[in-house]
Structure formats: structure tokens, C-alpha cells
Design a protein around this ligand. Structure first.
Ligand SMILES: Nc1ncnc2c1ncn2[C@@H]1O[C@H](COP(=O)(O)OP(=O)(O)OP(=O)(O)O)[C@@H](O)[C@H]1O
Length: 299
């Protein structure tokens, strides 16, 4: 569906993106993660055909996005990072205006989306909060059922309930075969929706990975607090379990699947408490990347 190949754009002052390459398959939900200023929006603006790259290219369904921007934009639903609304319009007038340009009868879906996102579409946009404007933008990107939806930080400004609803909307569209590219700061949000994700830092892609593969590599961290410091010491010395860290009576162990040996060993001592947490998926991502990079192979 999307091929980004060696995309490079350097702004005055040296910031920008360098040699960004990745693909998004039809029906896939692809996440684009990175800190502020990493180059997410710049990459997305090239994919939408709004900017001419210095080098490299982006193509949607084989159409070069800079050379065929009109055709490309018809195929895509787009939510920009900062939406430029037309002065003086209400939400309804703005959506009517877009619907005329999209030339698809989107009235039924539009009503459903407005009802689910719970906002007053007749409010003048200049009086809307950031979250309300974001909702109008989401309706605009989804209402005409495009086959590819590109979202630049879609949940910024939304409260947790609306973030949850947004995830449901994405999963419903995904089930209908819609392809997504979406940027985010939030790994948990990407984890809930995406098949694969890429991390961008300082304008360069540092890793691309399969989320389900990462989830299967995710280790559990067990924090065991022993009754006595000596027990903690003996447990660490005798047990054949990978110790993550320790502090007095508290020992943190990382396990991936095989709990028997650990439970057997811990049961030899008096345990005061036991806590289990899953390893942060972002850490798994970066660990995996470091290992692959050492071997010279980043998938
Ligand atoms: N038109 C421009 N002229 C000069 N520098 C720019 C321009 N657009 C972006 N930049 C710079 O390029 C870098 C990447 O910006 P970009 O907006 O792509 O980041 P981002 O990952 O989307 O960040 P955020 O999460 O803050 O939206 C930043 O350092 C930014 O200041």
C-alpha cells in the first residue's frame, strides 16, 4: 500500500529526516513512534505529497505522492498534527465542505461518528477546545471510509475515555480491511492497535518491528521481598534464575515463560510479598533493536 524509500529532507539549520525507508502492507496498522521533533510529521507530510523530498520517495499504491498528490489525497483519509480550520465555520460547515470535496456520500457514517465521539457539531470551531477540534478531525479522516487512513498524533487532546473509543474505531476499521499509518508518542496506544511499528529519532529510523513478536518476547518481572536479607542473598546465590536487580530483602527476577524453577527456589525461603509486572514493551523493542544492530540485521 505504502512504500517509503530513502526519504530525505533537510531544513535550514540541519534538522529534518534522513534516509527514512519502510513499507506498510494493505490491511496493516503501522505505528510511527518517536519523541518531539524526531521527524514524524515531516515524514507524514511527504507521504501526503505536501512536501518535495530532497532525495528518496514515497508511493501509495504505486503513485509517487509528490508527483501525483491529487490522486493520492483522494485515496487517503488524513488527520494532520495541527488542523488548519477555515475561519468562522462551525464543525458541521467544515465537515460539509470536506464532504463536497471528497465526493462520497458519507452522511450516515458521519452521524454515527459524531454520536460516538459525543460533541456538538454546530459549535463554531473557534470556540472549540483542542479535544473537540481533534474529534472533528477524526470524523473528517474516517467518514468517507477511505482505504488508507493516515493520522498524525490522533489522540492528542483527547481524554482517556475518548482515547479508548478511538482505539475501538481503529480496530473496527481494521477489521474491514482499512490500512493505517499513525504517529504517536504513546507506546501503549500503538501496542493496542498496531501490527508493526517503527521508531524514529533525530530524523532517522532506528527500528521497525512486529508488535506481536515483541509481545511474545516480553518478560515478566517478579519482585520478591524475602523475610530476611540472608534469604535474599542465598536465593540469589543458589537459584539458577536471572536476577534483574536487588536491594536488601527485595530481589527482582525476569522470567519468560518458565516459572517452575523460580517458584521451587523461592519456596525454600520465607517470602513476605510477591509482585508481578510485565516488562515495558518499549524496552523490549529497544533491546531487540540493540541485539539485531549488533548482528548487523534490523528487521
Ligand atoms: N518547515 C520547517 N523548517 C525548519 N525546520 C523544520 C520545519 N518543519 C520541521 N522542522 C524541524 O524538523 C524536525 C522534525 O520535526 P517534525 O515536526 O517532523 O517532528 P515530530 O516528530 O512530528 O515532532 P512532534 O512530536 O513534536 O510533533 C524538528 O527539529 C523541527 O523543528
Amino acid at each position: 500500500m505504502l512504500v517509503v524509500d530513502g526519504l530525505t529532507k533537510l531544513f535550514q539549520g540541519g534538522k529534518g529526516i534522513t534516509d527514512v525507508s519502510f513499507t506498510v502492507e494493505q490491511g496493516e496498522v503501522f505505528g510511527f513512534l518517536g519523541p518531539n521533533g524526531a521527524g514524524k510529521s515531516t515524514t507524514i507530510r511527504h507521504i501526503m505529497g505536501f512536501m518535495k523530498p530532497d532525495r528518496g520517495s514515497a508511493a501509495i499504491k504505486g503513485l509517487n505522492t509528490w508527483e501525483k498528490q491529487g490522486a493520492v489525497q483522494k485515496l487517503v483519509g488524513y488527520l494532520p498534527g495541527e488542523i488548519a480550520f477555515i475561519e468562522g465555520m462551525s464543525g458541521k460547515e467544515f465537515l460539509d465542505f470536506l464532504a463536497r470535496m471528497q465526493r462520497v456520500d458519507s452522511s450516515v457514517k458521519r452521524e454515527q461518528l459524531i454520536n460516538r465521539l459525543q460533541f456538538d457539531v454546530n459549535t463554531p470551531i473557534r470556540k472549540m477546545s483542542k479535544g473537540m477540534k481533534q474529534k472533528v478531525g477524526i470524523v473528517a479522516a474516517f467518514m468517507h471510509s477511505p482505504e488508507f487512513i493516515i493520522l498524525d498524533e490522533p489522540t492528542s487532546g483527547l481524554d482517556p475515555l475518548m482515547q479508548q473509543l478511538f482505539i475501538e474505531l481503529v480496530l473496527e476499521e481494521k477489521a474491514r480491511g482499512t490500512t493505517f499509518l499513525m504517529s504517536s508518542h504513546s507506546f501503549p496506544e500503538i501496542e493496542r492497535t498496531c501490527d508493526r511499528a517503527a521508531i524514529i529519532k533525530d530524523g532517522r529510523l532506528v527500528a521497525t518491528n512486529n508488535i506481536h513478536e515483541l509481545q511474545s518476547m516480553q518478560r515478566k518481572l517478579l519482585v520478591i521481598v524475602f523475610e530476611h536479607v540472608e534469604d535474599a542473598g542465598a536465593f540469589m546465590q543458589n537459584g539458577n534464575v536471572p536476577i534483574e536487580s536487588h536491594d536488601g530483602r527485595r530481589v527482582t527476577v525476569a522470567v519468560q515463560g518458565n516459572y517452575n524453577e523460580l517458584i521451587h527456589e523461592a519456596a525454600k525461603y520465607k517470602v513476605r510479598s510477591l509482585d508481578i509486572t510485565a516488562q515495558n514493551l518499549e524496552d523490549v523493542f529497544m533491546q531487540y533493536y540493540d541485539r539485531s544492530a549488533d548482528k548487523g540485521a534490523v528487521s
